[in-house]
Design a protein around this ligand. Sequence first.
Ligand code: ADP
Ligand code: ASP
Ligand code: MG
Length: 460
Amino acid sequence: MNVIMKFGGTSVQDAEAMNRVVNIVRRQWADNPADLPPVVVVSAMSKVTDRLVETGRLAADGRGDAAEHIVADLLARHLGVTSTLVQGAALDELNAQLTSDFHALQTDVRLWAELHEVTPAAADTLQAMGELASSRIVAAAFRQQGVNAAWVDSRQVLVTDAEFSAAVPDMDATAERVKAIVAARTAAGEVPVMGGFIGATPAGVTTTLGRGGSDYSAAIFGACLDVDEIQIWTDVDGMLTADPRVVTNPVLVSELSFAEASELAYFGAKVLHPSTILPAVAKNIPVRILNSRRPEVRGTMITADGRGDRQTLTALACKRGVTVIDITSSRMLMAFGFLRRLFEVFERFKTSVDVVTTSEVSVSVTVDNTRRLDDILSNLRNFAEVSTESEMAIVCIVGENLRSDPTLFRRAVTSLDRIPLRLVSQAASRRNITFVLRDADVTSAMNLLHDQFFRAKVGA
Ligand code: ADP
Ligand code: ASP
Ligand code: MG
């Protein structure tokens, strides 16, 4: 079985974690000796991207010293790891490379701070450093332990447009590069080790796919390589019935459909980047979520069909910090162009809408990205009355069998009877129902729903 294996930030957080990665990959290859070597995609070491984002913010504020300080800290953290994992000339070479990369970044950061500006392109170059560094280290760690691995610069492989911080891959161009660069390595018997999250425009300007985008990178490369399985190695056993930071005792969902996984990821199940499923669906490649700390656990298998057992819901998800926008127009009833006009405003300001509900004279939508909210509101006010409510949240119940079993919806609403629901919506797929409620109520709503649908399973 040919596989691509993606390891997230906590799975490469320190030397010990990176050693686990080497062992997991080595075992995968040893178990399938007739196959091509696995392709490995890694995230930045945990929290590194957050710190790089902070560096950019400080530089934009003109706080060059503080920004440079973080870069120096990050270099020290990476060098601390290399000395445990790599030895001799390989260590010297790796440390020299990392030092020169981080020093170059420091020079850039100083300049940006003087200018009080970090352009979107600069921010992506800055954030790319996390994956560039971690992937170089992991590749060296493999070689140190006798695994024939080659570092591959993802910026030469993943071709994207120039939408910085949310770059869109050009699948055809990327497929060609994957064939020329990555497949050439595996054909030569080498394990390619690549950074997730990052790519470049055709002109070679560094881009990123958006936070959490390493999963997406792995799926893109996996689809281009036509692998048999895309493995997402993380710090939980798989997709759980709810976010473990919100619900006590969620349980593992062992099988999921692509459609269910997409809905869960889109509505907040951070374990999978929402776009990950797209390339997998296109090539019908199963996606498996696994725990790098407990590699023996089977994890969650995501396929076109999903699970056979259809007793209850599949899982819950929630998305916090959402804003509801109510748009009211007494003329709406007569105006057939109203919705087009309304959504054009969101399109113009590149803001996607998550939940939509309408009545005769009003439309309510939710957005989680409020960067352009002021522009959106002032444009909407040209033709409607508009009000907003922030600190809201979306709670979403997902399951293929919501279509066939109407009692599930009734049970969900009944279990939330003490919680004010602001909006309720079921899309045509009838695979999910979303409730919009106050952010302050999310924890209780999620736990009530979880008790209702999954309590019997806890400890099972
Ligand atoms: P990685 O760095 O490996 O990409 P992430 O932090 O992006 O890991 O995603 C894993 C985290 O997703 C888990 O630690 C968990 O807190 C969170 N999470 C949210 N919802 C779910 C869910 N339904 N199932 C599993 N994990 C979830
Ligand atoms: N390092 C990036 C982030 O933290 C991408 C990823 O981890 O998937 O968002
Ligand atoms: Mg992630």
